[in-house]
Every structure is written in structure tokens, then in C-alpha cells.
Ligand binder design. Sequence first.
Ligand SMILES: C[S@@+](CC[C@H](N)C(=O)[O-])C[C@H]1O[C@@H](n2cnc3c(N)ncnc32)[C@H](O)[C@@H]1O
Length: 265
Amino acid sequence: MCPSIVRNTRASERDVSVGPWRDGERARRYDSASNRHFYGTLLAKLAMGAGPFPAGSGLDLGCGSGFATEGLLQAFPGVAWRGVDVSAPMLARAAAKPAVAAVSLCHAAAEALPYVAGSFAVVVSNFSWHWFEPAAGDEVLRVLQPGGWLLVSAPLRHFSSAEGNRWLARKLHARRRNFRRLGSQGLRMEEMANLLPGEMRIHRLESVVIEERFPDAQTLLTTLESRGSLHAIFGADGLESFSDKPESGLAFEWHVGLLHAQRGP
Ligand SMILES: C[S@@+](CC[C@H](N)C(=O)[O-])C[C@H]1O[C@@H](n2cnc3c(N)ncnc32)[C@H](O)[C@@H]1O
């Protein structure tokens, strides 16, 4: 087991694609009140109708700075939660939160979890699965108990006609030379149903829309960048790709897939 923030020797951020998450300054920008609201809202939607879980441990996989962990502790106080993330700066932000202090946090990659088989009654991934390599599915299957639960929220690849989405799409189109197709851009709905390589009994699979309003396009861009969303599209170029004067008052829609599934026997 991984009792505290330690470096997992099997796989670490040296071996997997950490995307934008390695950077301490980015972790600081991520850990904002508006992001707490966004990720907390997502977690609340994901937790709806879930549980009770069999007695035992739960894993917040890709726990980041602990927003979802806080929600899980409140929603399911009977579960002994642990957190794993590949980013040391994000974990340090989680460890500094009083509400998360009692949670065992582990610096490891989803693709090589430092837990023995069948360790968890439930694994939760709140807006992090789209960053994982496919090997994470094998690992989650391994660490879940037979009959254990998998709860995932992930952004869907979906075109929305909200004005903020259209504004961003126009910018993307104008900068299409920079466009790189990365897995972290989101999942398709049918991919959500096949996250684990083994048998999964699906109890809930739906898409929801989360709408946010931004005072201007610059705020929209910096917020999306803090969540890694622009990095997923442009790689390291990020915000520098947008030089046009921002417009004002933009609604932005996130189409999110929610999955509740149970590992087969
Ligand atoms: C958008 S954040 C979500 C964090 C958290 N679940 C929340 O609700 O606030 C995505 C997180 O996934 C983590 N991550 C990305 N790739 C990972 C991997 N291969 N293994 C473990 N964590 C990973 C990042 O470091 C980041 O903290």
C-alpha cells in the first residue's frame, strides 16, 4: 500500500504522459474557487444515486488537488477513501486541505497502481479518466473487488452551439495548424461503456450538460487552460495560440458522461 505521498517505483510521471499537470504554478491556478465549484458540481452529479458500497476502501483516482475527494468524504463517509494522482504539485495542494488531511494520498500513475488485487470496493474518477492511457482500465479492473463499483465522469466529444463553445470553435478553426488530436480532448459516449477490459454491469450511463457563464472570453480561456482543456487541444502552446481581442459575456457548455458500473464476478 502507499501510506503517504510517495513516488511509486513502477510508473511515475517520468513514464506516463502527465500533460499539463506536472507544473506547480498550474496546480496553483487549478486550485481556485471557480474550479472547486465546477468539479464539486460534477462530483455531486456523479454521486447521485450511487452507493451504498460494500464495506471497505475507496479510491479517488486522479484526485488532483482534492475537490472530488472532499465531496466523496461528505457523500460516502463510511468509505475509507484513498487518493492517487500522477502530479506531485496537485497532490501537495490536496494534502494541504484540512478536509482531506486524513486521506492517504499516493503519488502514482493510474496505469500502475501500487495496490494489491481486489483492494477497493469503489473506484471514482472525476474528470480525470480522459487523461489516462488505456492500461488504466486493466489496473482498475485488477484493484477492484469482484462486484466493486466504478464511477466515472468524463468530458464528451460533443459540439455545442452555446456562444462560448462557438467562439472557441472559431478560434480553433483559425488556428487549425496547431491542432493536435489527443485522448485528453474527451471520450465518446460508447467509450464510457467499455472503460474496463473485463465484464462491467452498467447501472447508469447518461450525459449531462453543465453550463458556465464567463464575463469575457479571456476569463473563459484562462479557466479552460487551468483545467488543462486548452493544453489538450494545443499541447504546450496553450493560451499563446489566442491573440485576438476577447469578446464579452460568454456561456460555455460542458457535455459530460456519467457512468456507474459494477465489476463482474
Ligand atoms: C482535471 S483534474 C481532476 C482532478 C480531480 N478529480 C477533481 O475532481 O478535481 C485531472 C487530474 O488527473 C491527473 N492525472 C492525469 N493523468 C494521470 C495518470 N496517468 N494517472 C493518475 N493521475 C493522472 C492529473 O494530474 C490531474 O490532477
